[in-house]
Design a protein around this ligand. Sequence first.
Ligand SMILES: CC(C)(COP(=O)(O)OP(=O)(O)OC[C@H]1O[C@@H](n2cnc3c(N)ncnc32)[C@H](O)[C@@H]1OP(=O)(O)O)[C@@H](O)C(=O)NCCC(=O)NCCS
Length: 292
Amino acid sequence: MLTIQRLDETSVQSFILMMAPGLRRSLLERKDEPGQIVLGASFWGQPAGVTVIHIGNDGAQLTDLYVLPAYRQAGIATALLAAAEEEVPRAGVGKIQTHYRPNEHTPAFERVLAKGGWDPPRAEYWLFWTRCQCGFNPWLTRYHFRPPYELIPWREVTDGERQAIAQRGAAGWYPSNLNPFSRPVDAWDAETSLVLRYQGEIVGWSLAVREAPDQLQVVIMFVDPPLQRLGRAFMLAGEVFQRYCRGSSEADYCYCRVSAENEPMLRWARRSFEGRTVDEYAEWTSQKVLSS
Ligand SMILES: CC(C)(COP(=O)(O)OP(=O)(O)OC[C@H]1O[C@@H](n2cnc3c(N)ncnc32)[C@H](O)[C@@H]1OP(=O)(O)O)[C@@H](O)C(=O)NCCC(=O)NCCS
């Protein structure tokens, strides 16, 4: 007999080794993770599978879905997903998404999503990973900005300049996914989040998040289109990598996530990272609108 229950800090312990390693720590330490929902499936009382959902500002994310090999192909993941879809609207959220990197389990996972009526999966982003020890391509670091160009930390941008960026953004200067205001100012890494000024006007930015002492994600890179043709985006990327790798001694991994639909940016990233990547892959996504 299959039972599915919402797990608390105590009952989750029998399921913990089924969860992705990155999710285990807070549960082992019995720290309350706000917005985290964990459901466990048991077959005749034996832990058989688990799913983890995170409720955040962007909605609900299916972060993990796992069934022990001996219990697979018996509908347990399908039942866990259905239970998750019942929990999410109770948190006041009407949509659930998942993001994943394809592997040998993907055909089964995508079949589970299809059975649950999720949207057909699609590649959403490409991720390009490099490490400081891989070095930089020469065209990224050969040239340096000189006056009338000026590089300043994002945190030093004045209120007036922020307003001007927002106004130009509203008029279509940059696409919404390159909006520098998508996160609060102090969410961006102080050392590597930079703004480019040309003759006193802001003409580009590169904003990054330090996800761990040894890991930087360059989230947004934008340069005014006329300057892109002059290679200014390469120079900006070169500055970011150099500041990151020459900054803290712990700096190691650096990656950027590029929309799979943004062909020019994909070409740019492939050229920037050419021969220097340690990993490059597409991140897939699917979602389902739930009745709340
Ligand atoms: C993906 C996973 C959760 C599925 O668990 P499960 O309990 O076996 O799933 P279900 O039994 O509910 O459904 C599996 C479906 O996939 C199908 N399937 C299994 N292997 C398949 C394959 N190689 N190709 C196509 N379909 C496949 C099954 O036939 C079944 O569909 P059906 O009911 O139409 O026959 C399980 O394989 C797993 O834990 N994998 C490792 C973790 C993982 O990758 N999770 C997903 C990302 S978080």
